[in-house]
Design a protein around this ligand. Structure first.
Ligand code: GDP
Length: 198
């Protein structure tokens, strides 16, 4: 697979200041520590593209990357960390939600979920909000290298069961590992197909 080129463009905390919405855009979001920075770095075979956060909630803004001069990747702040104040949390949420609601070129939000842990209320509630707001999303299960095949299947089945309590269908999903690069091609394939219709 030819790895697309990736270039950091700009950080914003106001969706109105984001780059002109003239290319298809894909946002990556998940709970802090889910493996988002590692995934973005693995996608582009670049160890420093997205800063791997040692401190939860370090990525505070809407970070735009230009990929192959063809599409935008957006790295959004991690949610769900415990160590910031309520007012900071509320401010982050406002920034993220406004961006998601108003960004007209947004094609899909990739919600990252750690494959090892039981379904988390915060992830399910966020996806419910995306659904209600009619924002398309897919799920990326991360850290798949940490589980055996059978365990992965059990974990995904458990997630599906919980998810389907409030949904009629399960969205597209990817099983990935940044360590082994599993699933990277599938994500690019998915994006390429959507881009063709933009
Ligand atoms: P972020 O806070 O969502 O950006 O998460 P990071 O990318 O900083 O990752 C959090 C922790 O999970 C780090 O210790 C990573 O080394 C580890 N991690 C991330 N992705 C993987 C993966 O695919 N496999 C394994 N085994 N560990 C991972």
């Amino acid at each position: 697979m030819k790895i697309p080129s990736a270039r950091f463009l700009v950080s914003n905390s106001d969706y109105k200041k984001c780059p002109k919405p003239d290319l298809p855009e894909y946002a990556f979001i998940g709970r802090s520590n889910v493996g988002k920075s590692s995934l973005i770095n693995a996608l582009f075979d670049n160890k420093t593209l997205a800063k791997t956060s040692s401190k939860p909630g370090k990525t505070q803004l809407i970070n735009h990357f230009l990929i192959n001069e063809e599409w935008y990747l957006v790295d959004l702040p991690g949610y769900g960390y415990a160590k910031v104040s309520k007012s900071v949390k509320a401010e982050f949420q406002k920034i993220i939600y406004q961006y998601l609601e108003h960004r007209e070129n947004l094609q899909c939000v990739f919600v990252l979920v750690d494959i090892r842990i039981p379904p988390q209320k915060i992830d399910l509630e966020f996806m419910e909000w995306l659904g209600k707001t009619q924002i398309p999303f897919s799920i990326i299960f991360t850290k798949a290298d940490k589980l055996k095949k059978g365990e992965k299947e059990t974990s995904i089945a458990r997630f599906k069961e919980e998810f389907l309590k409030s949904w009629e269908f399960f969205p597209d999903y990817f099983v990935t590992s940044s360590n082994t690069k599993t699933g990277m091609e599938d994500i690019f394939q998915f994006i390429t197909e959507i881009n063709q219709g933009f």
